[in-house]
Design a protein around this ligand. Structure first.
Ligand SMILES: O=c1[nH]cnc2c1ncn2[C@@H]1O[C@H](CO)[C@@H](O)[C@H]1O
Length: 327
């Protein structure tokens, strides 16, 4: 579907599962500015920050956007295997997750429902019509799958930022951060039979927002552009130190736009399993179905998912810029 077709059609209902996070903040704002989607809720998860702070930040970002009509449901504080020793990437996003700006606390509160319950209920309410865009570890989505056997069928699509397909990870050479955060949950999601689209860092590392883009953003008087320019420093310094690049990767905004318009990326299809322990914990292995193995493997008879292989990076960056400046 082209962008204009998408705009003419009913906007897609999306729930953003998020751990804000600087690129999450960007992604949420881009989603709110995207006519192809209607954000019907945010659910929160640990990853870039702990879940409690993710909830605070989600409420704060909606207040900045003037969209307190959108409910926030708080997610799990522990992994699906009840692991409490979480890896929190505050070194990427700042202690507060939003570039160490010490914003005042939000006035709003999360809804009573947990994230998993909210996901289950919304999917049941609009069967086949809700897309979950998962920008953090997949605990909430896996809990929804475990708690409601109909969830995988009811949910329209799960577009997730996660995995490093045939490239090094960003936690260690094996593993990407969101999958590493809860590999057991990721394996549940990948093998659930739901319509899953995985956008890995093999693709998002092509989508670079440069120093020049940031400069342009800072000259815009768009509300979201102005806000983001305040918080981007930490994210830029981290990328400069860790990757030696003059720019940042747009992991989360690229994933939101892929959910809004799938034609911005190309995909392959296969079975994905996740390594859940050992030195390759969090490794995502795609079976491309080219070989019919003689023996039964852990990939045999599992449902397939789509995995992004290329991205139209110039258009993705352009759309992010336009939507943030036009706010
Ligand atoms: O080096 C890193 N370590 C941990 N998390 C990271 C790193 N770089 C980015 N992210 C965060 O994890 C997701 C992509 O894997 C993104 O949401 C990003 O904010």
């Amino acid at each position: 579907m082209s962008f204009s077709d998408a705009m003419a059609a009913q906007p897609k209902k999306i729930i953003i599962d998020t751990d804000p996070g600087i690129d999450d903040a960007m992604a949420i704002f881009v989603a709110l500015q995207s006519p192809e989607v209607e954000v019907i809720g945010l659910t929160t998860i640990y990853g870039n920050v702990y879940t409690t702070l993710a909830t605070t930040n989600a409420l704060h970002l909606l207040e900045v956007a003037g969209r307190t009509d959108i409910p926030v449901a708080e997610g799990s504080h522990v992994s699906i295997t009840n692991n409490k020793k979480l890896r929190i990437a505050d070194f990427v996003h700042g202690k507060d997750g939003l570039g160490n700006q010490n914003f005042p606390p939000p006035k709003g509160k999360p809804i009573e429902q947990s994230a998993a319950k909210f996901l289950i209920e919304q999917a049941k309410l609009y069967p086949g019509k809700v897309t979950v865009v998962a920008l953090g570890p997949l605990t909430n989505i896996a809990l929804a799958i475990q708690r409601d056997p109909a969830f995988s069928k009811n949910i329209g699509q799960i577009v997730l930022l996660g995995g490093a397909f045939l490239v090094n990870g960003n936690v260690n050479p094996a593993s990407e951060a969101n999958i590493f955060g809860d590999p057991d949950a990721a394996d549940i999601v990948f093998t659930s039979g739901a319509d899953v689209v995985a956008v890995g860092i093999n693709v998002t590392h092509q989508v670079v927002f440069t120093d020049a883009d940031r400069e342009k953003l800072s000259r815009s008087d768009g509300k979201f552009a102005q806000y983001l320019c305040k918080i981007l420093d930490v994210y830029f310094s981290y990328h400069h130190d860790a990757y030696n690049i003059k720019g940042v990767y747009l992991h989360d905004p690229a994933t939101i736009l892929a959910a809004a318009d799938p034609s911005l990326m190309t995909y392959t299809e296969g079975v994905v399993r996740v390594q859940t322990s050992g030195i390759t914990k969090g490794l995502t292995i795609l079976y491309n179905k080219q070989k019919r193995f003689g023996e039964v493997t852990e990939w045999t008879d599992k449902p397939t998912v789509k995995v992004a292989v290329t991205a139209d990076a110039p258009t993705l960056v352009k759309l992010v810029m336009e939507r943030l400046m036009d706010s």
